[in-house]
Design a protein around this ligand. Sequence first.
Ligand code: ATP
Length: 324
Amino acid sequence: IKKIGVITSGGDAPGMNAAIRAVVRTCAYLKVECVGIYRGYEGMIDGDFKAMDARSVNNIINKGGTILKSARCAEFRTKEGRQKAYDNLKAAGIDAFVVIGGDGSFNGALIFNKEFDIPIIGIPGTIDNDIFGTSSTVGFDTALNTVVEVIDKIRDTASSHNRLFFVEVMGRDVGHIALNAGVGAGAEEILIPEENLGLERLLESLKRSKASGKSSSIVVVAEGDKTGRNVFELKEYVEEHLPIYDVRVSVLGHLQRGGPPSCFDRVLASRMGVRAVEALLEGKTNLMVGIQDNNIILTPISKAIKGHTKIDKELIRVSEIMTT
Ligand code: ATP
């Protein structure tokens, strides 16, 4: 392998730049050429490439988003689109690539590898932490810190007015952000897709909370929580069944994806980037770099994209004890 491509695809996540930097610098260190592929698979299909040397990634470790840009690309789902992408890679002399993204991006890479036999290694970059084979994805820790910081601020206003806030956080299929940030921010209740606590129990808990003299209440709700009601419907439900509360809603939205990456994500992305390039040069392919018990490991991408990581039952227990 003489030339390695690096691409960010799917939803962006803080720490992607740190991963790009690590891939580029490892290539430079090991004397392999490196090429940045812009705008995800769209840029691969358009041949939007740029040679990257060690200096081209100066001053990006601290930046959110991705300097390579990202995209969702429908054309890559077609055989013709992937053929165009392959022709461009070949013309540019790119022998292998590192894909930084989520499970959709990995799925696309696997299909591409099957058709054209080009070696690929994945780095999990998504704030959702929904990928098997790593205890943390790049961006997750930063998103948690962002959410906790925002909830701290919401609590200041909530307690000044004795209000109840429903705070919606990202997580359509998994509740890792809600559960971890909820525990970290001292939420009264945490509603996640993996468990249905039931609306009755929510009312009971809020009643208890009020009776015990708490001056504010925060309920963290993952987008895909199992009550079947969104935060606005939850507000209406509580107002109807528990009129003792002045209820407000806050949907955090895309701010959860932005901002400078935390130190944890920068270090994680650096370690993963180094391992990804090394793995390609060792002749490996179709693997994803992950972290487990603070060791950098490799997992078949086919396994990584099958099903989600399990929610941490022990943390659910801790959250239950903390909300008594
Ligand atoms: P996130 O978890 O943040 O949403 P993701 O990588 O899962 O990130 P997707 O939009 O699912 O984001 O996938 C990114 C891109 O990967 C798609 O826009 C498409 O170009 C490609 N892709 C996804 N699934 C496939 C597939 N089955 N075949 C070919 N390409 C695919």
